[in-house]
Ligand binder design. Structure first.
Ligand code: GCU
Length: 628
């Protein structure tokens, strides 16, 4: 088994550079990184080289990270741009100017230092333990972290938060007496232009002996200001704090009768003089709901909490909003909060880790979903509102980094779409294939496209129907359990009964959530006549006989898509068998074993969902297929 899989930076991918004489001009740490990379690739650094990497580009046009390619000359205004230019040359180096659409492109790790008794070391991690900590201690050998930083830089990422947003007792010390560990990791990431951020607990002052964490108390301000001064004395380019407050049991300003603006601005004030930012998460909702109270709708919560605060956050607060109003389901509308914060700096959060999309046991290439959300297919366009993109990472100490070797494509694609939200997700996949399998014969390329291009839609077909969401097993969220959350207080109901299914979120008769959207989307979603089929049950409680735009009834749609989805999973497995002998054996076998599990799980989903709705509705499948 390989210790470090080369992922999208195998040595063969470096041939376009390794075979050249290269001139690199300029100085600075990241210019040195460019030189080191060229040397490591076998390229010769030569003042007369004909492939040129040089500073001197127009800073107004290129910014810190942009670059331009003109024949064999790559020009940037700053060293970071030169590093991006280097990786661009690996991708084929098309001529012209490139610069990121979004200034910060960030990965949030949900790593714990210790192994958490329920969540494991990496919360919602499906790729083994943490890359950063082992047995409660920092890893001594940072070789893998270095390789990881290179991979991230080559995909366009420029910031990482190291630890879980749920900050447990041990991890609270990363901000203070364990800061040295953070500094060491920051040193590794710095070499690749990536800044390090930390998740902090709002109650950190209390954890460290103060009687209160009230954001309006002077002693609390002083505590944060001292702690932050110490952080910057140790890590001068530290990125900032990430905070999950008043959410799923995490402490926050509500305990002191203060607002989230009071809370966020407290930390922002401590960071401002150093240029640091607070990523303040908007994932605030009541997870102790009573299903009888139909006026409470978890989907409404973020908007209800945060729109009144628009314009009151300090300049260095970034409100971090999940892309959908619920929780990273395979299909959700864009969160309306994203459209409602003209006076607030906004980061939108995606989930590269596949908590609800097959947990890296299923192939589920997510970039087509992200692309629809970014571009606004069937809803508001995230790219028009977000200043930053953030995603929960899917990596760990697994030899393939991401558990499922094909899940590497999600990590790569997230970075590329954050750089250019208009990029075609299938072209990005093709780019990933070319880099990862440089010798890929046509058969492998075609097979990977066949398996991956439509894999998100296949996954959607065999799981919860028509945008209603969840139906996963409680706790770990893998596999089907239609009523798993139906009788719990988490607020993720589908309300299926003998007559129909779905959540009435209309203004006219439901929770009013549809009215949180700007026009025309509020009207589009309000009526089943105009609501896209994919979201029909997200917005409406519909009778089983309701006819969708597709011409099928809701119940027949459920049967058809579940049979189709499971069939598509089986076809993926067949396709992969064709490339036996074409990819390295360890990778082949890992994917083959996971596809067996995907087929099993897809059939389980098919049978449970179909049987459930057949028994609820009593309506037979008009094709007469077997329903258990
Ligand atoms: C989901 C996930 C949790 C996570 C939370 C969050 O609810 O299941 O593990 O902590 O999201 O984003 O904060």
């Amino acid at each position: 088994m390989k210790i470090v899989d080369a992922a999208w930076l195998p040595s063969e991918a470096w041939r376009p550079i390794g075979s050249r004489r290269v001139r690199v001009t300029g100085s600075g740490a990241l210019v040195d990184t460019v030189r080191d990379e060229i040397r490591a690739a076998g390229g010769s650094l030569d003042p007369d080289g004909d492939l040129v990497f040089t500073l001197g580009g127009d800073p107004d046009r290129l910014g810190e990270e942009g670059f331009e390619v003109d024949g064999d000359v790559v020009r940037a205004a700053a060293p970071h741009g030169l590093l991006h230019g280097l990786f661009h040359m690996l991708r084929g180096g098309t001529a012209g100017t490139q610069k990121p659409a979004l200034a910060r492109r960030m990965l949030d790790h949900w790593d714990n230092v210790d192994v958490h008794p329920v969540m494991g070391q990496v919360e919602r991690g499906y790729s083994g333990g943490s890359l950063f900590w082992q047995d409660g201690e920092p890893r001594r050998d940072l070789t893998r972290v270095r390789a990881y930083a290179r991979l991230l830089a080559a995909s366009g990422i420029n910031a990482v938060a190291l630890n879980n947003v749920n900050v447990h007792a041990t991890e609270a010390h990363l901000l203070t007496d364990r800061l040295g560990e953070v500094a060491e990791l920051a040193g590794v990431f710095r070499r690749y232009g990536i800044r390090v951020h930390l998740s902090v607990s709002f109650a950190a002052p209390v954890h460290h002996g103060l009687g209160t964490a009230d954001p309006l108390e002077d002693e609390v301000r002083e505590w944060w200001s001292k702690a932050t001064a110490n952080v910057y004395a140790t890590i001068p380019d530290f990125g900032g704090y990430l905070v999950k407050a008043d959410s799923e049991g995490q402490p926050g300003p509500f305990s002191y009768g203060r607002s989230h603006a009071d809370g966020a601005n407290l930390l922002a004030a401590a960071l401002a003089q150093y240029g640091g930012v607070v990523h303040w998460r908007a994932f605030v909702y009541n997870h102790r709901q009573d299903w009888r109270d139909r006026s409470v709708d978890r989907a409404r919560a973020a908007y209800d909490h945060f729109t009144p605060l628009d314009g009151t956050f300090a300049d260095n607060v970034v409100l971090q909003v999940k892309h959908g109003p619920l929780d990273f389901q395979p299909r959700e509308p864009v969160s309306p909060l994203i459209t409602a914060l003209p006076g607030t700096r906004l980061a939108v959060e995606f989930q590269v880790t596949q908590e609800y999309t097959g947990q890296q046991r299923h192939v589920c290439y997510l970039a087509p979903m992200w692309s629809e959300l970014l571009r606004g297919t069937g809803g508001p366009a995230i790219a028009e509102h977000a200043a930053e993109l953030v995603a929960v990472a899917n990596t760990g100490d697994d030899p393939f980094w991401t558990g499922h070797p094909l899940a590497q494509a999600n990590l790569y694609a997230f970075g590329r779409l954050a750089w250019d939200p208009a990029a075609d997700p299938l072209a990005v996949l093709d780019e990933w294939i070319t880099l990862t399998f440089p010798a890929a014969p046509g058969l492998l390329r075609d097979t990977l496209h066949e398996i991956m291009d439509g894999s998100w839609r296949s996954y959607e077909r065999y799981t919860a129907p028509l945008g209603v969401g969840f139906m996963v097993r409680p706790g770990h969220h893998y596999g089907p359990d239609v009523d798993g959350y139906e009788y719990t207080p988490w607020g993720t109901y589908h309300f299926a009964d003998r007559d129909g299914v779905g959540v009435d979120r209309t203004v006219a008769t439901g929770t009013g959530f549809a009215g949180q959207y700007p026009s025309p989307w509020s009207q589009t979603y309000e009526s089943p006549g105009s609501c896209p089929d994919e979201l029909a049950l997200f917005f409406h409680h519909l009778p089983y006989g309701h006819v969708l735009h597709s011409g099928r009834t809701v119940i027949q749609h459920i049967y058809d898509t579940h049979f189709a989805g499971a069939r598509e999973a089986a076809a993926m497995r067949e396709a992969w068998r064709r490339v036996s002998g074409v990819v390295a054996l360890d990778r082949y076998e890992r994917v083959a074993a996971l596809l067996d599990e995907q087929v099993r799980s897809a059939e389980e989903w098919r049978d449970q969902v179909n049987a459930y709705f057949f028994r609820k509705s009593g309506v037979p499948d008009w094709e007469g297929r077997r329903i258990y």
